[in-house]
Design a protein around this ligand. Structure first.
Ligand code: 8X3
Length: 262
């Protein structure tokens, strides 16, 4: 917890799911002795999270801010427009991301292709470029990437989503290599099935029973389980890099079985 003291932590997709749980976990682990930049599309959810966290941790500084990472051209103005107090990023958590549908290749709506790549890949790259340039000047910082088992273990119906997470994985590897002689740490966390606020609901476009079916007959991970790992990675000793973590619930060992026959 001491290792987190005073840090400024930027989390994308912070209004729900793993991003929200990560904000809560960082606040708890540091007992509020950090600054959080909470970025997402829905400001009212971020404001509510700020109120919740500020009530619990009086020392905590929170800056809720609108960011849609799929709108690439808005990312630089967002980053440059951060108030000075929140403008120097120690930890970037690239969490914003989504899967849309399980359509076979040939039937994927081109709009869905665009949105998944814009959100999971292009926006993530643009934000990372800006933050890395700043971290290089200071020769320190942590970049924590939310990858997925899907990036290693592609499955039928995941043609686009899996490709986005493979792209993230490749980009992340290059970044770690390029920064090898710096104090900047690059880490990737690759969850399997996580029953989070909205991921499955978004994938199945609001179909609640279909969204729930993914988690049947298993004990899926929760968003808090992943948040714990993010905070763990960020709070290791400076010379330690949790480079890659594939994380499953006990009933999962790969991605494919989840979608077989579904
Ligand atoms: C989410 C995990 O298995 O739905 O990234 O692709 S999975």
């Amino acid at each position: 917890a001491k290792r987190l003291a005073g840090k400024t932590i930027l989390i994308t997709g912070a209004s729900a799911g793993i991003g929200k749980a990560t904000a809560q976990s960082f606040a708890e682990a540091s007992n509020g002795d950090i600054k959080l930049v909470l970025a997402a599309r829905r400001l009212e959810k971020l404001d509510a999270l700020r109120d919740e966290l500020s009530a619990k941790y009086p020392k905590l500084k929170v800056y809720p801010v609108i960011l849609d990472v799929s709108k690439i051209e808005t990312i630089e103005p967002f980053f440059k427009g951060l108030p000075q107090e929140f403008g120097t990023i120690d930890v970037l958590v690239n969490n914003a991301g989504k899967a849309l549908g399980l359509d076979p290749i040939g039937s994927v709506n081109p709009k869905d292709v665009d949105v998944m790549f814009q959100t999971n890949v292009l926006g993530m790259i643009q934000l990372t470029q800006l933050v890395v340039a700043q971290m290089k000047q200071r020769n320190k910082g942590d970049i924590i990437q939310l990858g997925s088992v899907a990036g290693r273990n592609p499955y039928p119906g995941g043609g686009i989503y899996c490709a986005t997470k493979a792209a993230l994985r490749s980009f992340t590897h290059v970044l770690r290599e390029e920064l090898i002689n710096t104090r900047i740490r690059v880490m990737e966390i690759e969850p399997g099935n996580v029953e989070s606020d909205e991921f499955s609901l978004m994938r199945f476009r609001g179909d609640k029973s279909r969204a729930k079916k993914v988690y049947e007959n298993s004990e899926p991970l929760t968003q808090e389980d992943i948040a714990e790992l993010v905070v763990f990675a960020a709070s290791r000793r400076e010379n330690t890099v949790i480079a890659e973590s594939l994380i499953f619930g006990t009933n999962q060992a790969s991605a494919y079985h989840l979608y077989k026959g579904s």
